[in-house]
Write a protein that binds this ligand. Sequence first.
Ligand SMILES: [Zn+2]
Length: 418
Amino acid sequence: MPAEHQLFTAALGLQAPWQVSDVRFDPEAGRIDFDVQLPAGTRFCCPRCGVVDQPVYDTRERSWRHLHFFQYQAFIHARLPRVRCTECGKTSQVAVPWARPGSGFTQLFEALVVALCREMPVNTVAARFAVGDDAIWRILEHDVHSARDRADFSQVRRIGVDETASRRGQHDISLFHDFDEGRLLFACAGRDQQTVARFAEELSAHGGDPERVEAACMDMSKAYIAGTGKHLPNAAITFDAFHVIQLANEAVDHVRRMEVKAEPALKHSRWTWLRDKHAWSKRQMIQAHELTRLRLKTARAWRLKETLRDLFRQAENREQADALFSSWYSWARRSRLAPFKRLAATLQRHRQGLLNAFDSRLSNGRVEGINSLIQAAKARARGYRTTRSLATIAYLIAGKLVHLPASPYTQVRAKTAS
Ligand SMILES: [Zn+2]
């Protein structure tokens, strides 16, 4: 074998008996093509029954996209052998060490695609490699789901469930995450009781046990509550700060919308009222200062909401939370603000679940953390067509999957780190 063929055989990571037999370099087309072949007379095990020393029956020309060589697109071409087994009589395709069956990409190329799709939208990755979006999606579907098939859920004890719209005005998706590991466990279409049943099945399929789930954190939707009671029988249902504040924000906005016609000063103030006061910009601070002097209903609503937020910040245990909630509840009931009277009634009805948050210390920071990952997933999946595609990206960036292929360019670093 000429020296440069030996070099490329090594550079492509090929194992014997495969070796580079020809290299064609076309700088104008920006590509480099490698022919890879087997020495004449190479014999294989039967891929079906494993009987050794079978001759090649016939071959089929195939090509694979490989990692770039410098700035050049690289392709591997080989004649894939089939063996007709003398033992089992079946004719079957021999697997190649550089690609999984049926893929037009090498495993290293796929690993790079997976690594890049964690950082940038799928269509950007597709454009960068000048391949179709569909090809990138097929790689992701395969690699992410096979990594997820191997994920271990045996230690899952405290979960959270959230819903998100897959696309504006489209179907809801339920997302189940692991509070202790901060990872997405399961995403599926729908937000009814059945989604909790499907989650319980997934949990079992990955070595977990629905009976050992101790706490389930959720919004106050009847479907999740009922589904959890049925399918996660030992989970304490918990309503976390994030969802409670979400409801309080809706109530504030309701009051503001009723009042804005009579009080034009309230125009363009929506985000000031909804935002955590600790996160106000200077402009919002001034605006709030001006508006709170106007004896507005919206300002009273806002104070009710912020007091509720403070309850979650200040209470150190269930007893303190219970006492603070009692005084908030009577204030809200007397507030003469219909949306807050309704909210107070709702929270009172779910009081135990609200207080459970202080037992199980389910930090709302984690819910927000997961939510921001899901928002990132939506951005990465721009142009996706199905719920499954969004779920794939969500698993990729929020699933903490340990069996994903490692990026071909970070292997060395990963090894020294461990
Ligand atoms: Zn055989």
